[in-house]
Each structure stands twice: as structure tokens, then as C-alpha cells.
Design a protein around this ligand. Structure first.
Ligand SMILES: Cc1cc2nc3c(=O)[nH]c(=O)nc-3n(C[C@H](O)[C@H](O)[C@H](O)COP(=O)(O)OP(=O)(O)OC[C@H]3O[C@@H](n4cnc5c(N)ncnc54)[C@H](O)[C@@H]3O)c2cc1C
Length: 337
């Protein structure tokens, strides 16, 4: 393990917020983490697991110890003619794993290409894009309990996955550090192309293949989202809110063109970007934070923004949307005070 003291968190958050942590500990194996959890280095301190910090907003210096996984392996643990089971260390960069699957003709992860972050965090967040969520691939999550250092395996159903949500963001939050995840991928050719006009985008770029699907997604994402190395951001700042069908009917009478995604008989999901844009907040600037003028769901750091400035802008947006639509936007980004 490597322990660093009084460390800048600039390399550990894609928002580019310039704060410090008392300590940062990098762990390289389960045993490494187990020893660290049992030692005085970690004991008694406030802890926070951080991957690439692409879903975090630091509002102040972090008084405690950041645990950063460097567990880096991809192993085939089982397979049949139809499926392969891959165990992946929590420190593996998610997109490296997607490329690995594409290179080996394993189907299922390709729609999640280019989502920033580590694999451990991806299973916390239930990352999703282009009609696929990671929960459809997770077989089991392996973690260590922080207080005891005892290993624990969570089955898919025990992870209690929901839209950008899991047990690791609720009851198990800060109580477990994920060390690896077992994924189930298909060896039989199949694709998820139903999302909006995605199929035609893929077809425009040539014959259907895993690499073509991946390239299409990479191209679309690079056009739509700001590069975090140039403009600090954490991707979608807000979740797309659920709206009851009865409230939706009322809104539809007022706003005939309101877009929606059907969820079930009770709810629809509304695109937060549309609500923000209609509330007049797209491009809005507050201090060094801005609602991105090309994609209203993203808040960017215009340079040297403080976490508090981003929070103030986010709150302004939430109020504006609530006043216009009576819909509450919930941040997807985790605030760390
Ligand atoms: C440009 C951009 C585009 C994005 N696009 C998408 C998208 O399309 N879909 C999507 O779903 N998300 C998207 N995101 C959000 C983000 O990439 C994901 O949430 C990602 O999974 C976060 O990974 P990370 O390693 O950066 O996690 P972090 O931000 O470091 O952490 C996220 C959470 O996971 C916890 N955590 C991290 N590691 C561990 C661990 N080992 N054990 C336990 N808990 C842990 C943290 O404490 C925190 O609560 C985007 C972000 C950016 C910047």
C-alpha cells in the first residue's frame, strides 16, 4: 500500500476542484486493504473510497483518509458455450474493461463505452447509457467491511440496483469497500440497439460488430460531452426525474411537446436536460460554474470554481425547474463536504 499525506485532490476529481485530503491510501490487493483497515493508519479516521472522482463534487477539504483502489486484474473465472464470467479488480478503469470485452468478443458491455471511472465505482453507481445498465451484467460484487475487514459477497439482487442507485449508495454506503466484481457476458452475438436512433447511427458507420458499436458510442459521446481535461465536469449533474402519469398528463396539457421515457403504468421519466433548458438555465453562469451551453444536464468548471459555487448554481437550477414544472431534480453527483 502507499500512503500520502496532505494531498491535493485535483488528480482525483474530474470537476477540477482544488481541495486537499489529510491522507490518501492506495491499496493494491484485498490483503493490502485488509491490513490497512486493521491498522492505525485508517482506524478512527473518516474514510471515503474514491475511484477517478468522476461523480464527486468536493465542497471543502476532506478531513480524513481517501481509499483509492489499485486492484488491477481481469480473470476468467468460469465459462460455458454461452457465457463467460469475468472477475475484475475494482481499480480497473471501466473503459479498459469494455475494450477487453470487445477484443475478446464478449457481448453486453459495449453500450457503456467511454464512461469514465473505475470498475468498483461503476458497480456502486449502476452506470448506464444507450439503454443498458451495468446491473444487467453484474453477477456478484466482492467487498471488505470497513469496521471488521471481513470479506463479503453481494449477489446481484443483494446489490438492490435501481436507476443510478444501489445498496452501496444507501445502507452499505461507506461501510464496504469494493475489491472486485464478477460480470457475466454473452459469448453469443447480440446487441442492444433499441435506444432512440442508435441503430441507424451504428448502421451509418458500417457492418454491425462489437467494435463498430463501441466506436459509434465513443464518437457520439465525444461530440456531446465536454472533455474533463479541458472543462472540469462530472457528466450528468442531475438524474432524469420520475414523474407520476397523472402529473405528466397535467404537464402535457401545458407543454404539448414535453419529451418522456415510459417506465411503467405508474411513472414516466422526464429528461432533466429539457426541463433545465425550458426553465431558462442553459448556459447560466454563477461565479466560475456554468450550466454547459451545449448540454444543459452538465455543469462545468470554467476554471478555479469552488465546490460551493457549483452547489449554489445547482440549487438555482433545482429551484427554477421546481417553480416551472413542480418537479424536483435530484443530483446524480455525490457532494462531499
Ligand atoms: C464526462 C462524463 C460522462 C459520464 N457519463 C456517464 C454515463 O453515461 N452514465 C453514467 O452512469 N455515469 C456517467 N458519468 C458518471 C461517472 O463516470 C460514473 O458515476 C462512474 O461510475 C464514477 O466512477 P469513479 O471511479 O469516477 O467514481 P467516483 O466518482 O470516485 O466515486 C463514485 C462513488 O463510488 C464510491 N466508490 C468509488 N470506489 C469505490 C470502491 N472501491 N468501493 C466502494 N465505493 C466506491 C465513491 O465513494 C462514490 O460514492 C459520467 C461522468 C463524466 C465526467
Amino acid at each position: 500500500m502507499i500512503l500520502k499525506q496532505n494531498i491535493s485532490l485535483l488528480p482525483y476529481n474530474t470537476f477540477g476542484i482544488d481541495v486537499k485530503a489529510d491522507y490518501l491510501l492506495e491499496f493494491f490487493s484485498v490483503e493490502d486493504l485488509q491490513q490497512s483497515l486493521a491498522s492505525d493508519i485508517v482506524n478512527g479516521k473518516r474514510i471515503l473510497a474514491v475511484g477517478c472522482g468522476s461523480n464527486l463534487l468536493f465542497v471543502s477539504d476532506f478531513k480524513g483518509i481517501i481509499l483509492h483502489s489499485k486492484i488491477n486484474f481481469i480473470t476468467v473465472v468460469d465459462q460455458s458455450d454461452e457465457f463467460v464470467f469475468l472477475e475484475v479488480g475494482s481499480g480497473v478503469v471501466w473503459d479498459d474493461f469494455v475494450q477487453f470485452c470487445v477484443d475478446n468478443n464478449y457481448y453486453g458491455a459495449e453500450n457503456l463505452s467511454l464512461i469514465p471511472g473505475q470498475t468498483g465505482a461503476a458497480t456502486v453507481q449502476n452506470i448506464g447509457a444507450y439503454g443498458v445498465e451495468i446491473q444487467s451484467l453484474v453477477e456478484m460484487v466482492k467487498a471488505l467491511e470497513v469496521v471488521s475487514g471481513v470479506p463479503r459477497c453481494f449477489t446481484n439482487s443483494e446489490c438492490r440496483y435501481d436507476y443510478r442507485n444501489s445498496i452501496f449508495k444507501n445502507e452499505a454506503k461507506d461501510k464496504f469497500i469494493i475489491t472486485s466484481t464478477v460480470f457475466k457476458l454473452s459469448k453469443i452475438e447480440n446487441y442492444s440497439l433499441d435506444y432512440q436512433q442508435f441503430k441507424s447511427e451504428v448502421e451509418k458507420r458500417g457492418t454491425l460488430s462489437l467494435q463498430n458499436v463501441r466506436n459509434t458510442i465513443i464518437e457520439i459521446r465525444q461530440q456531446k460531452l465536454p472533455d474533463t481535461t479541458i472543462l472540469g465536469n462530472a457528466g450528468s449533474f442531475f438524474k432524469n426525474p420520475y414523474c407520476s402519469r397523472s402529473q405528466f398528463e397535467v404537464l402535457k396539457r401545458q407543454y404539448a411537446k414535453i419529451p418522456f421515457y415510459p417506465v411503467d403504468n405508474e411513472f414516466v421519466k422526464l429528461p432533466a436536460a429539457w426541463l433545465i433548458e425550458q426553465s431558462g438555465c442553459k448556459g447560466m453562469i454563477l461565479g466560475n460554474a456554468q450550466v454547459y451551453d451545449k448540454q444543459a444536464l452538465v455543469i462545468i468548471n470554467r476554471g478555479n470554481a469552488k465546490g460551493n459555487e457549483v452547489v449554489a448554481l445547482a440549487q438555482f437550477v433545482q429551484r427554477a425547474v421546481f417553480e416551472k414544472f413542480a418537479i424536483r431534480l435530484e443530483p446524480e453527483v455525490n457532494y462531499i463536504a
